[in-house]
Design a protein around this ligand. Structure first.
Ligand code: ADP
Ligand code: MG
Length: 496
């Protein structure tokens, strides 16, 4: 791996990279930055968590002038959250060059956006639909765009943005640079590349030990009815700093997060039905640690980069192996280790095996944790906390009372009582969740490509209990994915 200085970056960009705490390039950055700096088109493929944002953000910031007062770069991203996150990172990279990136997404007031646009951002990070709105209103003009980036291109296609992307690309002057980043390479992406890019260089970083394989992966076989108790015990035993619990539907997300709160965990849910401001505030609280457990649907958590997530719990097994990889990739970010535990009902073992075959790795079976282990876990946590307080905090003023108590009780009894008070004992508050139908690994026997049937389609997908699976905006179903089914088979599966 190279240092950033070796890539011939300017002093101000190097300074911001140092500021961001990056020491060495990641493989995708090392390979793409020099090519992109030359102004050439490129396709970058690498699994999630490998630093793709900076891989295009650095050349973007290098090639854009902080002096010019018009939009020079456009980044297209699939979701609002990603747009915001990417804009934040670009603003960090460009901070000393006074480059300003503005996120533009649906759901935010258009008047507000128009005002923000008047401040002359250099880069727009937009979801395709909202960018189209602005193009129609002529509040964003694309005449002077020098660089276009398609980020998470595969996900944008999955969400039905193909037409919008084509329209947008047609509007941008041809003598531009086009960069495309994606975790997987379905045929539609190659199609876009052929039609809208100029001899793009393909940089594909094989999934290495960087992310998903760095993550310890376990599963526990458990009945639907017992899942919630098992989750509670796991949280007690592991006492994760930050964890994400994945559930299949919005309703389950609500139910699980409410049930966790009832049992005394600091938990919140996030899914596509919440208002933008609610989602923002939940994410902010999760990032700053006010909320320790985030309960989410696949779509809500897609692409989010939250550092410090130590545990991923798949309360419901995902609908397809690709989602599994996405979920598990929320932990172990940037080379840190993580643990992912999947709860599997007996009828879902087939799906687990399919996932294993796609990730080419065994997921280790663990027994159902016991209440005793949960209690021990919490006691360990209390003990650690007590030792920390002894080492770090001022406890002088408690010593008088302590001596009084010790005059009449033996120390073990006293300390045990104190421990009982401060330890969060496993809570058995009754909790009822709506049952979820098991996920089946369809196509397993006859080896049909997974892309064809693994995902719910908008409109006709029901989980059997009258609830629609979580879909944001415009997921059009699978028609455009049909052809890519073979592409998405096991060999091309990337840790997106
Ligand atoms: P991707 O888009 O490939 O999923 P991100 O761009 O979101 O990955 O980066 C994942 C995390 O790694 C982010 O927190 C980012 O700040 C961090 N990161 C990126 N590049 C480096 C680097 N060279 N050194 C250290 N951390 C990095
Ligand atoms: Mg990304």
């Amino acid at each position: 791996m190279a240092t950033f200085a070796e890539l011939g970056l300017s002093e101000s960009i190097i300074r911001s990279i140092v500021n961001m705490g990056f020491e060495e390039t990641t493989p995708i950055q090392e390979q793409t930055i020099p090519i992109a700096m030359e102004g050439r088109d490129l396709i970058g493929q690498a699994q999630t968590g490998t630093g793709k944002t900076a891989a295009y953000g650095i050349p973007l910031a290098e090639r854009i002038s902080g002096q010019a007062e018009h939009i020079q770069g456009i980044v297209l991203a699939p979701t609002r959250e990603l747009a915001v996150q990417v804009a934040e990172e670009l603003n960090k990279i460009g901070q000393f060059k006074r480059i300003h990136a503005l996120p533009i997404y649906g759901g935010q007031g258009i008047d507000w956006q128009i005002r923000a646009l008047k401040k002359r951002p250099h880069i727009i990070v937009a979801t395709p639909g909202r960018l189209m709105d602005h193009m129609r209103r002529k509040t964003i003009r694309l005449n002077d765009i020098k660089i276009v980036v398609l980020d998470e291109a595969d996900e944008m296609l999955n969400m039905g943005f193909l037409d919008d992307i084509e329209t947008i690309l047609k509007e941008i002057p041809e003598e531009r640079q086009t960069l495309l980043f994606s975790a997987t390479m379905p045929r539609q992406i190659q199609n876009i590349a052929q039609r809208f890019m100029q001899q793009p260089q393909l940089i594909s970083i094989k999934a290495t030990g960087v992310t998903v394989s760095d993550i310890e992966q376990h599963y526990i076989e458990v009945t639907e009815r017992l899942k919630f108790d098992v989750l509670s015990r796991l949280l007690d035993i592991q006492s994760p700093d930050l964890s994400i619990v994945f559930a299949r539907t919005k309703r389950r997300v609500d139910e699980i997060s409410e049930a966790l709160s009832k049992r005394g965990y600091s938990a919140e849910g996030i899914h596509g039905d919440l208002t933008q401001s609610k989602r923002d505030s939940v994410l902010r609280q999760f990032k700053d640690g006010t909320i320790e457990v985030l309960v989410a649907t696949d779509v809500a958590a897609r692409g989010l980069d939250i550092s410090g997530v130590t545990h991923v719990f798949n309360f419901d097994i995902p609908q397809d192996p690709e989602s599994y990889v996405h979920r598990v990739g929320r932990t172990g970010r940037a080379g840190k280790s993580g643990l992912a535990i999947t709860l599997v009902t007996p009828r879902e073992i087939g799906m687990l095996r399919l996932i294993e075959s796609v990730i080419k790795r065994r997921i280790i079976r663990k027994p159902i944790p016991t209440i005793v282990e949960a209690v021990q876990g919490q006691q360990r946590l209390t003990m650690t906390e007590i030792l920390r307080v002894i080492a770090e905090e001022d406890i002088e003023k408690y010593k008088g009372v302590a001596e009084e108590l010790l005059a009449e009780n033996d120390s073990v009894t006293l300390l045990s009582a104190a421990l009982k008070i401060i330890t969060k004992e496993p809570d058995n508050v009754e909790v009822r969740l709506t049952e979820a139908a098991p996920v089946r690994a369809r196509g397993m026997g006859n080896r049909r490509p997974m892309g064809n049937n693994a995902r719910p389609q908008q409109g006709n997908y029901r989980d059997g209990y009258g609830q629609k699976a979580d879909t944001w905006s415009r997921r059009k179903g699978n028609d455009f994915r049909g052809g890519s089914g073979g592409q998405r088979g096991r060999d091309n599966m990337r840790n997106g």
